[in-house]
Write a protein that binds this ligand. Structure first.
Ligand code: SF4
Length: 430
């Protein structure tokens, strides 16, 4: 039997894992760097170009992680600093200026150019922020030039998006005084953005803007009347920068699963004083569709034990969805970084007693995972093969970042992503 859906969710105050102890580990990590975010950011912002100032390693990462996914001329590249550039920073800046000028001449459609920093020491020594400001002055208004770091020393995986969005915040126009508006923060696939736009319109919530927008040049207004609803749990620095411009954060879980989506929409509906009956009328058909879709997969997932290695920062919302809506048992839920401001409601919704870990000492965590032998392990690409070799079933966390998984109509697809490796394993062992 599936759990009845909370058509009108109760507000969450404490409870669950709000005050649970967190195992903090600092050791060797197995996580992508923030350059990975370019893969989904360049798809979302159609007029943006990402120029990684980095090494051949960075170029290889982007080509192997993203190259297979693009069919048109890519909207990212790597400006590789050669050995000769080590001779002096003046050379580096000249080289960067030359690459940017050539790129802009060749690609007149670029509206926003992001210079993305990386780890090599010669890049760290180059002051990319100042270089971007200089180039921006030179090329604006033809193109806006911004910079952020995707370096593996400073960022993990999804933090690249946070850095990119934060770099845009100072450029957002000021909203008219006192204007109440909703800003959804964090990249969503266009199809999901359209679904949510329709729901907000039907509910009577607006004006609504999505950040980032489909065109980087369409910068949403921000001001003291702006309410922030987070679509992704890895945009903490962006949220703090938006708060510094007067915006208010609406506490909410993330829109994963039927319950998560209902509570997410309900957070905005409460801020807009939408009557409960109207909220119910608008959301009920979609809630029912999601419940039906989930029922199909719950039979496979119920009672199965799942272990999360820290990777994308989606771990807490995914664990909440899998335990509350699919009946899975949480063995350990790891996250690269626990930002309580962004995860307060998710923590409250997790079952009390869940083992939470933050950061990583990969060897110790592998030992724990092997000793506990979960039915399914969510982890980065680098750990999947070794774990499979030890007889454990795995799910790549990167797939959960690239797939459209938010909202009512994706709740079933999200559950299915976890069913697939279990099905495959069952077929292999028959
Ligand atoms: Fe490697 Fe650093 Fe480049 Fe990322 S930014 S690919 S960690 S060198």
């Amino acid at each position: 039997m599936s759990t009845p859906l909370p058509l009108l969710p109760e507000p969450i105050v404490g409870g669950g894992c709000t005050d649970a102890p967190v195992l903090r580990e600092r050791g060797q990590r197995e996580v992508f760097c923030g350059l990975t975010g370019i893969v989904w950011l360049h798809r979302k912002m159609q007029d943006a170009f990402f120029l990684v100032v980095g090494s051949r390693t960075c170029a290889h990462l982007l080509q192997s992680a993203a190259g297979v996914m693009i069919f048109a001329e890519p909207r990212f590249a790597t400006a590789i600093l050669q050995d000769r550039d080590l001779a002096g920073m003046a050379d580096c800046n000249t080289e960067l200026d030359r690459v940017v000028a050539e790129l802009l001449a060749r690609r007149p459609e670029i509206g926003t150019l992001f210079l993305v920093g990386s780890c090599p020491s010669e890049v760290i020594k180059l002051d990319l922020v100042t270089a971007a400001q200089r180039l921006h002055r030179e090329h604006f208004p033809r193109v806006r030039i911004l910079s952020y770091s995707g370096s593996g020393i400073e960022t993990t995986f999804t933090q690249g998006e946070d850095q990119c969005l934060k770099a845009m915040v100072p450029h957002l126009p000021q909203a008219p005084d006192g204007q109440r508006r909703l800003m959804v923060v964090g990249t969503l696939a266009d199809v999901i953005e359209d679904q949510f736009s329709r729901l907000f319109t039907q509910l009577g919530i607006g004006p609504v803007s999505f950040f980032p927008a489909r065109r980087a040049a369409d910068l949403p207004p921000i001001g003291p009347g702006t309410q922030l609803l987070l679509a992704q749990p890895f945009v903490g620095e962006t949220v703090r920068a938006l708060q510094a411009r007067g915006a208010t954060l609406l506490p909410s879980p993330y829109p994963l699963g039927a319950e998560g989506t209902t509570r997410w929409l309900a957070a905005a509906a409460a801020a807009w004083d939408i009557p409960a009956e109207h909220f119910r009328k608008v959301t009920e058909p979609a809630q029912q569709r999601a419940a039906t879709a989930l029922q199909r997969y719950r039979a496979t997932l119920e009672g199965k034990r799942i272990f999360f290695f820290p990777d994308s920062q989606l771990e807490l919302p995914l664990a909440r969805f899998l335990s509350r809506e699919c009946g899975m048992a949480l063995v350990e839920v790891g996250t690269p970084y626990l930002d309580r401001m962004l995860t307060e409601v998710e923590l409250a919704l997790l079952p009390a007693g869940t083992v939470l870990s933050e950061g990583q000492d990969v060897e110790k965590q592998l030992d724990r995972c092997e000793a506990l032998r979960p039915d399914l392990t969510v982890c980065g690409l680098g750990l999947a093969n070794p774990l499979e070799a030890r007889g454990l079933r795995t799910k790549w966390s990167i797939e959960l970042v690239f797939s459209p998984i938010q909202g009512y109509d994706q709740a079933g697809d999200l559950a299915e992503l976890f069913v697939r490796p279990l099905d495959r394993s069952a077929r292999l062992t028959v």
